[in-house]
Unconditional design. Structure first.
Length: 112
C-alpha cells in the first residue's frame, strides 16, 4: 500500500513573515468578516472590491490604516458614495472588464 503524502498549505502568518522578511507589504483581499483576524495575522493593509456598495468600508477601516477600494458601479452611484463620505480615501471607480485607456468602455475615476 502506497502512503499518501500529507500536504498542507502554509498559514497566512508564515507567508506574511516571509514577505516582511523580504521587505514586502501584504494585503488582505476582501472578506470584511476576517478583517480583525487579518490585522492580527499581520496583514499590512486591505484591498477591497465594492466595500461602498455593500456598506463594508467601515469594517475594513476599523482594522486597517490603509484600505484600497475598487468600485464597479455607475459614475452617479460612485459620486454619491464619495459625497456621502462612505468610501476610503483611496478609492477608485473602474469598469468591470478593466479595459485599457482608449477603449470605449474604459472607466477610471476618483472621488473629487
Amino acid at each position: 500500500m502506497r502512503r499518501r503524502r500529507r500536504t498542507t498549505s502554509p498559514s497566512p502568518s508564515f507567508l506574511i513573515r516571509q514577505a516582511h522578511a523580504s521587505g514586502l507589504a501584504v494585503a488582505q483581499k476582501n472578506a470584511v468578516e476576517l478583517a480583525d483576524a487579518g490585522r492580527e495575522a499581520g496583514f499590512d493593509f486591505a484591498i477591497t472590491e465594492s466595500c461602498g456598495r455593500y456598506e463594508e468600508c467601515d469594517g475594513y477601516a476599523a482594522a486597517f490604516d490603509v484600505v484600497l477600494d475598487i468600485e464597479y458601479v455607475t459614475g452617479e452611484e460612485y459620486q454619491a458614495m464619495c459625497a456621502a463620505g462612505i468610501l476610503p480615501d483611496r478609492s477608485v471607480l473602474r469598469d468591470v472588464q478593466l479595459t485599457t485607456p482608449g477603449h470605449p468602455d474604459h472607466v477610471l475615476a476618483y472621488c473629487d
